[in-house]
Write a protein that binds this ligand. Sequence first.
Ligand code: AMP
Ligand code: MN
Ligand code: MN
Ligand code: MN
Length: 274
Amino acid sequence: MRIDLHSHSTASDGQLTPTELMMRAAEKEVDVLALTDHDTLGGLEEAAVAAKNHGVRLINGVEISCLWQALEIHVVGLNITLDHEGLNRLLAEQQSRRESRAHLMAERLEKANFPGAYEGARALAGDAPITRTHMAKWLLSQGAADSIPKVFKKFISRGNTGYAPPNWCSLKEAIAAIQQAGGVAVLAHPTRYDLSNKWVRKMIVAFADAGGDAMEVSMGQQSPQERATLGEWSKEYNLAASVGSDFHFPSPWRELGRQLWLPKEGTPVWTRFI
Ligand code: AMP
Ligand code: MN
Ligand code: MN
Ligand code: MN
């Protein structure tokens, strides 16, 4: 069975609509796909219809941005109910924090000679909450740099001119809201925060202490060594193991459901809801 528990659609910063995403999942023979857009459940209704039409099992998910030690850490919620009041309240707060941050970033970018960043990012996001990906795409269109990663590196990463520190919720708040909505809380991509191994472990400990259930062990594009180490850490800290491509757009290097096996150390998180 092919399982992928982390992906994005146009409801946040993904390139495919929820319907297109489900079609692609079917094409790539993914049996179970979680849609986990940033701080929103906005794509899940459409995804449910498409999933049914294309024979994919949809897991309702979300990816919540949190602050821990002044770092932006992402927590994925899997198998949540859509109408839980507490979770929806938290996501509404997160969305309003995204709005404030986008305005703040735009003010800073204006001083760096890029006026109109808020309007530009808003137009690209449509109804979705604005993410830095939208800011980056707009900056790219203005010739700020010649690729999205370079725009991030030069303008909107921590410490850059256009970066504004966000005001996200805590790990504890995100984990509690996910669990109260019947879901499982997963620490997203532990090795993608640019931290030393010592700090990755500290982060995993903090996540487990805050009541987290699982961590991503398999992310597709990673070394065998990384996968094995994450498997061992999941066991050591008593967290279940999750698998997710974090798919945002079609590309040769990242695909739905691709290379998402778990090392033997990992206890699969999906046994809790599949
Ligand atoms: P935000 O949650 O608004 O801070 O936006 C974060 C999103 O930006 C992530 O989910 C990624 O999709 C994207 N992102 C972050 N860093 C990079 C990078 N260096 N290159 C390309 N995309 C990035
Ligand atoms: Mn993203
Ligand atoms: Mn993430
Ligand atoms: Mn993601």
